[in-house]
Design a binder for this molecule. Structure first.
Ligand code: SF4
Length: 381
């Protein structure tokens, strides 16, 4: 099986579900690296690793979906720790982020029936008007579905209204694992949890020219077959985008963090670093039509993030100032632009800052690696 896959990768051919499952379940981890890197260099021939200076804001934690993997939501606005920010409060946060050099604001929130369509539109419109240098990378497929519910509009109409307000990109949240059997277990009370909702929203976004990302949150109740199915759905949506103005820019996996979640008793151990690196490599080999694979200092911490850059990832994600969703699940993690650049350099690549849509903003020289500094005698080992 490995020889067949090697030949396919050498010929830039698509691998099958069965071959994907073999790479996930049976192949030696180190056998994946050269295959993933072959696709990496094919898509991204420059020895750079990109990153974006961004922040993660959340406009409300009130949510009617009750996902079992989520430690962030509050089921009622009456909960003492529930909040919903006004448009002005959000804009103040963006102003602060702008002062930190942020160029992308990734914003998502709970599915809150008290918010109407005007609220979402104003968030986009006012961000564009007051901070034209910042990209509103807002909402996700479940939130778009929530907007269809509160407004009575179709998916196409909701996206069109947000587009008129200035939105052009959307994150891939809400996919978790794109397999209906898994969704039924982890998002039981979310009536719109079907795979087709997520894929329909992204297909329509691509039709209207949005660039979106595809994500995966793994390491809970899914089987290996479900992971392969999830990747297949993403590959099919991207195939359909080939003749559309939009499409997926990147695939971004991260692992489930169980603290404070309802799903915790069902998950013995979190997935860990080896699984993370394997997921990155599998994605790079399987998603032959997605231009970028995002590794991260964030999902499984710094070292696995650096290793992922040698297993197919060509992007290191964002700085994620103000991230709180994973924080609520006990995953404390903060970084700086300088640290991100150093981590990329130390992994053997030149850092390059990018936009939300993966255009290069600034290239940096590789910093001397820690090993070189020690070898040069300027730091004691
Ligand atoms: S993951 Fe999103 S949709 Fe699910 S409960 Fe949390 S906030 Fe709500």
């Amino acid at each position: 099986m490995l020889d067949i896959i090697r030949e396919k990768v050498a010929n830039a051919e698509r691998i099958s579900d069965e071959e994907g499952l073999f790479l996930l379940s049976e192949a030696e981890l180190l056998d994946l690296a050269p295959l993933a890197q072959e696709w990496r260099w094919r898509h991204n021939p420059e020895p750079i690793v990109t990153f974006v200076v961004d922040t993660n804001l959340n406009y409300t934690n009130v949510c009617n979906a009750y996902c079992g993997f989520c430690a962030f939501y509050r089921p009622s606005a009456d909960d003492p720790s529930a909040y919903t920010l006004s448009v002005e409060q959000i804009l103040q946060k963006i102003e602060r982020a702008s002062g930190q050099g942020v160029t992308t604001v990734l914003m998502q929130g709970g599915l809150n029936d008290d918010l109407d369509m005007d609220y979402y539109v104003e968030l986009v419109r006012q961000t564009r008007e007051r901070f034209p240098h910042i990209t509103p990378h807002y909402f996700s497929a479940p939130e778009i579905m929530e907007m269809t519910k509160v407004s009575g509009k179709s998916i196409a109409e909701v996206i069109s209204v947000l587009r008129e307000a200035g939105q052009r990109t959307m994150p891939g949240g809400g996919s978790e694992i794109l397999a209906d059997g898994v969704k039924a277990q982890v998002s039981k009370l979310w009536p719109k949890a079907a795979v087709s909702d997520w894929t329909d929203v992204h297909r329509e976004a691509h039709r209207q020219g949005w660039m979106t990302t595809a994500t995966m949150m793994y390491g809970h109740v899914e089987r290996d077959e479900d992971i392969v199915e999830s990747l297949r759905h993403i590959r099919e949506v991207q195939d359909d985008a080939a003749d559309q103005p939009g499409g997926f820019t990147a695939f971004i996996p991260w692992s489930f963090k169980k603290q404070n979640t309802a799903l915790a008793p069902k998950v013995a151990d979190e997935a860990g670093a080896n699984r993370y690196v394997r997921m990155i490599a599998l994605a790079r080999i399987f998603l032959d039509n997605v231009p970028h694979i995002q590794g991260s200092w964030f999902s499984d911490f710094r070292r696995p993030g650096q290793v992922s850059l040698h297993f197919g990832a060509d992007d290191f994600g964002g700085t994620l100032f103000d991230e709180t969703v994973m924080l609520e699940a006990g995953h404390y993690n903060r970084t700086t632009v300088d640290e991100v650049k150093t981590l990329i350099s130390d992994a053997g690549f030149a850092p390059a800052q990018r936009t939300t849509e993966y255009e290069i903003v600034e290239r940096y020289e590789m910093e001397p690696s820690t090993a070189e500094v020690i070898a040069a005698g300027s730091v004691e080992a």
